[in-house]
Design a protein around this ligand. Sequence first.
Ligand code: ADP
Ligand code: MG
Length: 734
Amino acid sequence: MGIYLRPLLSYPLCPITHHPLLLLITRFLVVLYKVMSEKEKDPVNLRMPLTSLKGVGPVIAQAMAKKGIRCVDDLFYFVPIRWLDRGMVRSISEVQPGEDACIVASVDSYRSMFFRHARKKGFEVVVTDGTGYLSLKWFQWSRGYLQKVCRKGTILFLSGKAGAFGGILQIVHPEVTVIGEDETPGAARRIIPLYSQMDGVKQGFIRNIVSEALNLLGPSPGGILPQEMEEHFGLTSFADAVRLVHVANGEDFDEKRGNEAVRRLILEEYLHFQVTLMSRKRKARQERGIVFAADGPLYRRFMANLGFELTGAQSRALAEIIADMGRRTPMNRLLQGDVGSGKTVCAVASACVAIDNGFQVAFMAPTEILAEQHYLNVHRWFGELGVPVVLLKGGMGRERQDVLDEIRTGATPIVIGTHAMIQGDVEFHRLGLVVIDEQHRFGVEQRKKLKDKSRRPDVLSMTATPIPRTLSMVVYGDLDVSVINEMPSGRRRVATKVLSDDQRERAQAMMREELAAGRGVFVVYPLVEESGNNPVRDAKSMAAEMQHSVFPEYTVGLLHGRMNARDKEDVMTRFREGEIDVLVCTTVIEVGIDVPRATMIVVENAERFGLSQLHQLRGRVGRGTDPSRCILLASTKRTNLATRRLRIMEKTSDGFLIAEEDLKIRGVGDMLGVRQSGMPAFRIGDIVRDLDIMIEARKMAEELTARASEEEMAGLMRHIGDRFEDERDLSEIA
Ligand code: ADP
Ligand code: MG
């Protein structure tokens, strides 16, 4: 309400308003306004939809949603791609070749062209500002990008290093932003924020709605921290930072201050995330779970029967898990460890603890192949101990009902399965422990459903995605994490080599050696089937070709994600048992598959895979006693960067190190493994580059929540809204 009154009250008084009655009414309104604004304890709800702003209709809302702007406060975080400082703009005639230039000019003409020397197609746009002509050149371009630029008369803000070609001033690959008349050098404001381009939304319009949104914020500091904490940490208020970033106050701006203000916004968003995690953790602590007694008979027999000693890291992790299980608060632990580090053994040992206490265990895997494999392992271990194990998966036909009965009556203490386990008709007798393998592969809903099948069970998640330690500490803030950072002894390093794909014959010769010794070989392709004119090789046609012309004397099998479960299983079994010699496949084999007789893996178009993914793939071999190798075949057309990345695979087999290196080279946005592991998507900020801010945010959030009452905590969560709903759920059951 206060929002609408404020402009009214600021109208200058004209004679008629001196009427006593009007003055009285005005006074009354002022008092009312004050009362109302004091009552407004919670700040304005900034999570309201964009359409509640003046002038934003459904069409514009849709265009903005494409950029992730849905609510009013998303607008605050929509940081300009750069700021235009009109003071820096010069006319074309002033610019000398070799200088860094900022120019405002309009499009005069454009054409595609062929550069004979470079033997490349290109594109040229000529612009003018009245003082001269400037040629802009692109050697690689996207059609959409140029379409926006190429209309005669369009005004562009350009920057880049000027050069000259044939006596004409040019900029190759300039930075370009389409701007309006009002942003040209003659206009009033000196600094203008320039936003990433949106279809049908003008720059000026974005500026207007940003300042409208800022008016909604009013005099409130707008952030999640109370003022005294902001002061204590020496922080600019959120609202001031937003004003600065969007240059909404006009004055006293420079790029350094602008960038500092952007960091303040990043901090704000990270604070919201960290507070969300802490609120979760707090709730979890209040839940009452099951107290499991340790060291029961099954546990002892299992350990005695294992046939090997746990590694130090395994023992530590297992001790942490068992201690958690012994507490009243439900366990919520993530077990992180490289492929083959022996996580499954730890999980099964914890299952023994649950079973010893008369509870059931649900062991969920993301694919049928994996579930099947876990089943075989557990069955082997538990069979000797006389503990029944069942496998529950899709398409079991009539057998399914029997399995369901066994689960409901509690006749079976451990159930291994895929998400088929979480369907409505699956009832547990007494579910006490949920183990989730490769947890990030499951949807939030799926995990929740499983958990809801009982009074709060303990949850143990496992992941082989090696996330750099510092990172996991801050983003899994409310999970307890155990790391197995040691391989069972006797495990050999997989000798790894990067070859160009014109050296394929060399790779095939090595394959022949392995096959002759009776061992199995994986060949991985990025695609299942040929697709259009994509130059990438596909599994299907290569399997056929390999069988006919390369290894006619051996059996070549095919495995990919589009096959039905029964066929997949069949192929896996035949490969495991040596009936299939060469398994041509896609990345379906990435997770967890255990075939000790496979000693070689060849990855085609390796440059297309993330390093963490390659690491996972490589983990499919070297699981038996024989030495193993991994050949990464990369396209001859790959970039130098790609080669540098792939070489890391030759140098190390430490998943954490690989993740860290990959991160350094590519940044987090691209890092498949990290994204897969359920890292939240932030509106701004790069979790790796801005890790220091995240650590800062964590400290502040701890301080903020440590002394917050339940009511205050609820207030904080109202302020944040459902931004991290997904991540919250993730960490709840993780
Ligand atoms: P992960 O689940 O981490 O990929 P697994 O638990 O499947 O690893 O272990 C891989 C293989 O190593 C299995 O065959 C397992 O029996 C074996 N293994 C696990 N721990 C040890 C150990 N401490 N010593 C020897 N072999 C082990
Ligand atoms: Mg595993």
